[in-house]
Design a protein around this ligand. Structure first.
Ligand SMILES: [Zn+2]
Ligand SMILES: [Zn+2]
Ligand SMILES: [Zn+2]
Length: 364
């Protein structure tokens, strides 16, 4: 073959390869846009803002997998029902996998008489017990204290749903935490509760304060002090503190008296922290993509809603979401979890656009 023919064939192959690559990229782009629009529409119209933290939007789709099957077509008429059914299967699988881990680590919970009003089976309800503590492998590896000690299904699911399929942002691998469990057991017993039936929510409501028995600090003037911790902070503390004693069983915790706890609470900053952009309006969908600081959300609810409503292009179809306008005049005090919602997860953007992968084309 003459060299000019060879050259022509090489150029022709390269051109064809580039054209195919561009076509594939365009196909992906179109699918991503359609998927983003479907997911965004579903979240804004069908899920109340107080439940958004349990919506795993960054896990739904990536180039190499996700909750939705690879052949999922967001343009099909039944795409929303497929999305709902895939999500439901995913929640069940996550729960089943965790229950199995807990069953292996803490078999006695099977015999525990868990709260009968919980609609889940006994094993599933175990994920709400205060002494069932799970640790996120990614958080333990780094310094993300948020997932070191996860207790209660709400807390666990919120953490997993703040993950993304990007391995560095994956927070869905949870393990039983023996040390966290031992601490929770000690704390629950210290407040006089039954570890077989006390849920994480019970401990949250009790809102007691504790001192770690191993940690005493001295400031530069020689004054000795201890830090008062909430029960969830105690679990994180025991996993991160490197001072000796924290591995011991039973652990040493001190319960503050009611009076001392009240004095501590009066000086604490309200939690969740208000100066972080993790807040949203619970009455409309303004903060679907970008949560704001507490004060900005309060301002939105009390003053700017009317102008926002006229320009907002997501029309909430859930009646409980669209009661905003009527409520503004009647809200006496904004309640967290109702008018105001906190998103304790890490996302800041909507469905994160996966990076385009280099396409290796087969030889023609
Ligand atoms: Zn984590
Ligand atoms: Zn300590
Ligand atoms: Zn609003």
């Amino acid at each position: 073959m003459r060299s000019s023919q060879k050259g022509f064939r090489w150029h022709f192959k390269t051109l064809m390869g580039n054209a195919k690559s561009i076509h594939l990229d365009q196909q992906r782009e179109r699918r991503w846009t359609a998927l983003n629009s479907l997911v965004k529409g579903y979240q804004s119209k069908s899920i109340h803002p107080s439940e958004w933290a349990h919506f795993p939007r960054q896990l739904l789709h990536s180039w190499d997998g996700g909750i939705l099957p690879k052949n999922f077509d967001p343009s099909m008429p039944d795409s929303t029902s497929v999305l709902v059914s895939e999500l439901s299967n995913w929640y069940q699988k996550v729960r089943d996998d965790l229950v199995e881990k807990v069953r292996l680590a803490y078999p006695t919970f099977v015999e525990s008489p868990v709260a009968p009003e919980l609609e889940f089976s006994r094993a599933e309800a175990a994920l709400d017990l205060a002494v069932v503590v799970l640790s996120c492998a990614n958080c333990l590896k780094g310094t993300h204290h948020l997932g070191a000690a996860l207790v209660g299904w709400d807390n666990i699911l919120t953490h997993i749903c703040s993950s993304s399929t990007n391995p560095s942002k994956w927070h869905g691998t949870l393990h039983w935490s023996e040390r966290g469990h031992a601490s929770a057991l000690a704390l629950v017993e210290l407040v006089g509760k039954d570890p077989r039936t006390t849920t994480a929510e019970d401990m949250d409501k009790l809102d007691a304060r504790f001192f770690c028995g191993y940690c005493e600090y001295t400031d530069f003037t020689g004054v000795r002090w201890r830090k008062a911790l909430k029960w969830r902070e105690c679990l994180t503390h025991v996993l991160y503190c490197v001072k000796p004693g924290h591995d011991d069983t039973p652990q040493t915790w001190l319960l503050l008296s009611e009076e001392a706890a009240q004095s501590v609470k009066a000086r604490e900053k309200p939690y969740p922290l208000r100066n972080r952009p993790t807040w949203g309006c619970g009455l409309c969908t303004k903060h679907l993509e970008t949560p704001e600081e507490y004060a900005a959300v309060v301002n939105h609810i009390t003053t700017e809603f009317v102008s926002f409503q006229s320009t907002h292009h997501f029309v909430p179809q859930n009646p409980s979401i669209s009661r905003h306008a009527d409520d503004v005049d009647t809200i006496a005090e904004l309640e967290i979890g109702h008018e105001l919602v906190c998103f304790p997860n890490l996302f800041t953007k909507y469905l994160e656009k996966p990076k385009l992968v280099l396409q290796v084309l087969p030889e023609p």
